[in-house]
Design a protein around this ligand. Structure first.
Ligand SMILES: [Zn+2]
Length: 114
């Protein structure tokens, strides 16, 4: 059974945004190492890492949009689901978390457009 992300053709976008977010969060875990590599203060690396993490989270939050109601589905889930289930909940979505649209097409809409 396909998921809402697949049916709305936003699955690749979702995973790309998730990977980017993880990449943006990594420097926070290694501020001392990054600071040594770059030869700058650890505080500066920490602040820049925090900014990068915020950018990553904003990109992730805006990555998936409901084609029907326009809601940012990731933000909706991050606000309502338990934090230990965010990713799983998002991956397995069967409908828009706000309007409930399942993004299922009628047989007539399966005809390829030219
Ligand atoms: Zn919706």
């Amino acid at each position: 059974m396909s998921t809402w992300l697949q049916r709305t053709r936003q699955e690749a976008r979702f995973y790309a945004a998730a990977a980017l977010t993880v990449a943006c969060l990594l420097p926070i875990a290694f501020t001392d190492t990054v600071s040594e590599w770059l030869g700058v203060e650890e505080l500066l690396v920490g602040l820049l890492s925090l900014g990068l993490a915020v950018v990553g989270l904003v990109v992730f939050g805006r990555a998936v949009r409901c084609p029907r109601c326009g809601t940012r589905a990731v933000w909706q889930v991050l606000r309502t689901a338990p934090s230990d289930r965010w990713f799983g909940t998002l991956r397995k979505l069967q409908a828009c978390p706000r309007c409930g649209d399942r993004a299922e097409r009628t047989p007539a809409s399966h005809t390829p457009r030219r």
